[in-house]
Design a protein around this ligand. Structure first.
Ligand code: FAD
Length: 475
């Protein structure tokens, strides 16, 4: 029998399940359809498991390399990768149960199965009925929503001509489930995911080569930050090859190793490793979900939406990775909340990409918000820049982690902060303050006037804010 709902959400990732909770809070009768596990990519194949592995890698690096600097001698350090994986999985399971509990608490109906949008049918003259192919094999459920939110997310992109077999050639889904570590690894792609893997595996003792098509890794970040991270990764033994055009037809597997060549500027170089990890971006899950039964438009592979997150069918919304833009969990959830707010109240909550913090959980970490120096110059701003190194921050010395800096890019005319760029210890936590500063339109002076505890890493923000007007105290 068909069930009526105010909102049906297809996809239970960060975007979808957060939207479902808000819809239920606002009194809407809500259902969510999830084909795999609630929590989606972020919880099961992305943010959380990768950060759990990164943390184990950090502990291993410290035990192996830096503990003795603190006067702590640890002998016979060994890595038990099965325990590393088990710890990661336990964290994922705990959070996963938490999401299931939240669905029950919100009285949200969860349908375990594959959702497809139908066109006009006996159920409704409008497109938007959702047919659910249930995982348990029972007859399809028909859901009749007043509004639909498509939150089907994304999956790893491949490269034409290179077969991803999950063993010799992996994507991030496979890498997260590795039972043993390779001795050497080629990572194709120097974006956020590729660089996090490079940093983590290097800490685990894997010999890593990053092959990047463009002139630098992390092309969206400020170039000073990129230079510093590149230097630090290379110092730890990661080989980074840029301007490298992969020659897919040279790929071969021989004697349990992979071989592939790339044109690196003028020279063709052959690379060899135990395995290859493809990190070349993510494509939206737009196929097989019934879009052809609707007027919904897909542009460059992503569902096209307006500022309200409505598609061309005004009662059907789309949010998260499936609409492109910044493919981040906090963006997906913010968009989910905005879409539901629009459904319930008509309010529009446009997301300004310049107010979205972006993080790379490598060692050292990278975090940024707003315009890079280059982008700000290209947009015609006259700039003043404050730069302050962690090596002049007491707490960084206490922690034994002094690499990196914070850079604030401000507008000479208005004093507005245009961008804040960080590379160094715990900057993925420090960027929260920068995000608040951007939201409140704070000037560098206002940041410097907020009293920060001493000793703390946060003091780097005060000093870099003061440095914008050449008033830094400790450097
Ligand atoms: P998803 O999380 O992809 O969820 C979509 C859900 O829809 C999935 O559960 C899928 O099974 C389901 N689904 C798809 N089609 C159907 C269907 N037809 N019927 C029913 N269900 C369906 N972002 C960060 O902000 N911070 C990070 O540190 C970070 N690290 C990452 C690390 C890695 C290795 C990866 C791969 C990604 C990372 N991301 C990170 C990105 C983040 O995971 C995504 O931006 C986020 O998960 C997007 O949320 P979403 O809800 O749009 O889609």
């Amino acid at each position: 029998m068909a069930q009526n709902y105010d909102v049906v959400i297809i996809g239970g990732g960060t975007g979808g399940y957060v939207a479902a909770i808000r819809a239920a809070q606002l009194g809407l009768k809500t259902a969510i359809v999830e084909n795999e596990k609630l929590g989606g990519t972020c919880l099961h194949k992305g943010c959380i498991p990768s950060k759990a592995l990164l943390r184990s890698a950090e502990v291993y690096r410290m035990a192996n390399k830096t503990a003795s600097d603190f006067g702590v001698e640890i002998e016979g350090v060994t890595l038990q990768f099965d325990k590393v994986q088990a710890r990661k999985q336990a964290i994922v399971e705990q959070l996963s149960q938490g999401v299931n509990t939240l669905m029950k608490k919100g009285k949200i109906d969860v349908y375990e199965g594959y959702g497809r949008v139908l066109g006009p049918s006996i159920f409704s003259p409008m497109p938007g009925t959702v047919s659910v192919e249930l995982r348990n094999g029972d007859e399809n459920e028909m859901l009749l929503p007043t509004n639909v939110v498509i939150a089907t997310g994304s999956k790893p992109r491949g490269i034409e001509g290179l077969t991803v077999d999950g063993n010799y050639v992996m994507n991030s889904d496979h890498a997260l489930m590795m039972e043993t570590l390779p001795k050497s690894l080629l990572i194709v792609g120097g974006g956020v995911i590729g660089i996090e893997w490079a940093s983590m595996l290097c800490d685990f003792g894997v010999y890593v080569t990053v092959i990047e098509f463009g002139p630098t890794i992390l092309p969206a970040e400020d170039m000073d930050v990129v230079k510093e991270l590149t230097k630090q990764l290379e110092k730890r033994g990661v080989r980074i090859v840029t301007n490298a055009k992969l020659k897919v037809d040279t790929f071969d597997i021989k004697n349990d190793s992979v071989f592939i060549s790339a044109q690196v500027e003028e020279i063709e170089e052959q690379f060899e490793a135990d395995k290859l990890l493809l990190c070349v971006g993510r494509e939206a899950n737009t196929k097989g979900i019934g879009l052809e039964n609707t007027e919904i438009e897909v542009e460059n592979g992503f569902i096209k939406v307006q500022d309200t997150y409505q598609t061309k069918e005004s009662h059907m919304y789309a949010i998260g990775d499936v609409i492109g833009g910044l493919q981040l969990a906090h963006v997906a959830s913010h968009e989910g909340l905005s879409a539901i707010e629009h459904i319930a109240t008509g309010k529009i909550g446009v997301l300004d990409p310049l107010r979205v913090p972006k993080c790379v959980y490598s060692y050292p970490e990278v975090a940024s918000i707003g315009l890079t120096e280059k982008d700000a110059k290209e947009q015609g701003f006259t700039l003043k820049i404050g730069n302050f190194p962690f090596k002049a921050i007491g707490k960084a010395l206490v922690n034994g982690e002094t690499e990196g800096f914070v850079k604030i890019v401000a507008d000479v005319q208005t004093n507005d902060i245009l961008g804040i760029h960080m590379v160094g210890p715990h900057v993925t936590d420090l960027i929260g303050e920068a995000s608040l500063a951007k939201l409140l339109d704070a000037t560098p002076w206002e940041i410097s006037q907020a009293i920060h505890p001493h000793p703390s890493l946060n003091e780097v923000l005060v000093e870099s804010a003061l440095a914008v007007d050449n008033r830094a105290i400790h450097f």
